[in-house]
Design a protein around this ligand. Structure first.
Ligand SMILES: [Zn+2]
Length: 272
């Protein structure tokens, strides 16, 4: 237990690092924990200038990727991420998009191939804690599901991490936010989420208080300006953003150390 405390977050696209894990990355960095962000794809299926979508005239994949990777570096700086690692896979696009069929799309790469590369990073950084998405990739994006698969395979294959977490969105919290917005006259149809949106709270094992890092998260999210149209949270009033950003929730999927059933720290059981 005398190795440097290290957390590794495994994400699919530039911008995914912010909403579910930006607070823990900034907070742990400030507390002296080494933070590693692995972003699996270049995000080339994101919006081009003026919101043009892949396949539309004016959408230049190479330019989109270059822009998004620059935004990622800026976001990582706001979150004080110590090590940013990019695997450079091709963005598969949303379910049903033509990009899904590309032979080199991340979602089509054999899990063992990509997991081996991620495993090399685990060997290098030796994270005690790894954070990624759940089996559904949070919301079904093929690249998020693939990131989940390779993270689980690399955790099992290397045997290095002591704890594995899936990021979660508290259903109660979303419901309370909806009430707050309706009460404040801020509600809009975009926020009309189904009642079963998010993770049932009884499944959430770990909630980390990151309220003090809401500003860092907002700056990091704004760094991804080229994707502004797709980042719905950026269009919420700032008060609502602060509410959303105050906590980050996780499901502890695996632990090789004794830790309480309900934790407020991903490193519970790992600190001297
Ligand atoms: Zn994503």
């Amino acid at each position: 237990m005398d190795r440097e405390l290290t957390v590794m977050a495994v994400h699919a696209h530039p911008d995914d690092e912010v909403i579910a894990t930006g607070g823990i990355l900034a907070r742990y960095a400030d507390e002296g924990v080494r933070t590693v962000l692995v972003t699996c794809t270049n995000g080339e299926q994101g919006d081009g200038p003026g919101g043009v979508k892949p396949g539309e005239p004016g959408h230049d994949e190479a330019a989109v990727a270059e822009r998004r990777l620059a935004e990622l570096r800026e976001s990582a700086a706001h979150l004080r991420i110590a090590h940013l690692e990019t695997l450079g896979y091709r963005d598969s696009g949303m379910v049903g998009w033509q990009g899904n069929e590309h032979a080199l799309a991340f979602a089509n790469v054999p899990v063992e191939t990509a997991a081996a590369r991620l495993g090399e990073l685990m060997e290098r950084y030796r994270p005690q804690v790894v954070v990624t998405y759940d089996e559904n990739g949070g919301y079904g994006h093929p690249d998020h599901i693939q990131a989940h698969r390779i993270a689980v395979a690399a955790v099992e294959g290397t045997g290095i991490p002591d704890k594995l977490y899936y990021s979660a969105v508290s259903r109660d919290r979303i419901r309370r936010l909806g009430e707050l917005m309706r009460a404040g006259g801020m509600a809009n149809e975009e926020f009309d989420l189904p009642d079963d949106f998010g993770t049932p709270d009884e499944l959430i094992t770990t909630v980390v208080d990151v309220a003090a890092y809401a500003d860092d998260k907002m700056k990091a999210l704004r760094a991804h300006a080229s994707q502004g149209d797709t980042i719905f949270l950026l269009r919420l009033p700032e008060e609502a953003q602060r509410q959303v950003f105050a906590e980050e929730a996780f499901i502890r999927r695996m632990s090789r150390v004794a830790a309480p059933d309900r934790e407020d720290d991903l490193f519970a059981g790992l600190r001297a």
